[in-house]
Design a protein around this ligand. Structure first.
Ligand SMILES: [Zn+2]
Length: 249
């Protein structure tokens, strides 16, 4: 795989980075990933990953653009309100980088279709905001042996982790939390979606280009109100229903 003059110019700031360079940029061009949820987290992640020259990006989201999305979902413009999200997103992203192939899935991912929706990609990013979908994404990623970059935000706090094999997301969140909150109820500071979504894109680029240390087995928590972040370790759970001993995976 070689680069055209236009690609060399487009990716110049990557090509001079020692940890990416020509081989890393080739890896990005040859990579495919899925982004589940084209919302607050998926929007900035998709913008940066399209800009970065990932070869194929699959967008999975069942929603249409709502006016209340625009406070943080920076993929969309006011005149996109009412449009199918993945279609509006693909159009915007193709304008940013026509070198990228986009696939759209106007679908709600659930345990019944997760494997079919994620099959064939090298990496999956999950920016959805409900635990049932997160579990379905994680379980399918474990079964298909696809690394997962998972982000979450609410109010003023965000978190991000990378799950490659063990520990998986379910080792971290074994069951549906009874106090699960969604942003539509508790609110979220818009720019926090940009912080965590961009971090998800950074982790995806690192995984694909094999640069640095992925956040695997760790969770980074950012508290925007205090302006502080910390990283905690996540241990594999031997009794994990998805990746533990005796599990179907
Ligand atoms: Zn697990």
């Amino acid at each position: 795989m070689s680069f055209t003059d236009a690609e060399v110019e487009r990716y110049a700031r990557h090509l001079v980075l020692r940890e990416i360079g020509g081989p890393g940029q080739q890896a990005l061009k040859g990579a495919s990933l899925a982004i589940v949820g084209a919302g607050g987290l998926g929007a900035p992640a998709a913008l940066y990953l399209a800009a970065a020259g990932v070869g194929r990006i699959r967008l999975i989201d069942p929603d249409v653009v709502a006016l209340s999305n625009l406070q943080r979902q920076i993929l969309y413009a006011t005149n996109d309100v009412g449009r199918v999200k993945v279609e509006a997103a693909a159009e915007r992203l193709a304008g940013l980088n026509p070198e990228v192939a986009f696939e759209t899935r106007d679908a709600h991912l659930d345990p019944g279709n997760a494997e079919e929706l994620l099959r064939g990609v090298d990496l999956v990013l999950d920016g959805t905001d409900d635990f049932a979908t997160r579990f379905a994404v994680s379980d399918a990623a474990v079964r298909l042996d696809i690394p997962l970059v998972s982000g979450a935000i609410g109010r003023w706090t965000g978190q991000i982790g990378v799950f490659k094999g063990r520990p998986c997301y379910r080792c971290f969140v074994p069951e549906l939390p009874p106090d699960a909150e969604t942003c539509s109820v508790v609110g979220v500071i818009g720019a926090l979606a940009g912080v965590i979504g961009a971090m998800m894109a950074v982790e995806a680029v690192k995984l694909i280009a094999q640069a640095g240390e992925p956040l695997a087995g760790r969770l980074l928590i950012y508290d925007a109100l205090s302006g502080e972040s910390r990283t905690v370790r996540i241990a594999p759970d031997p009794g994990c229903p998805a990746c533990g001993e005796g599990s179907p995976a």
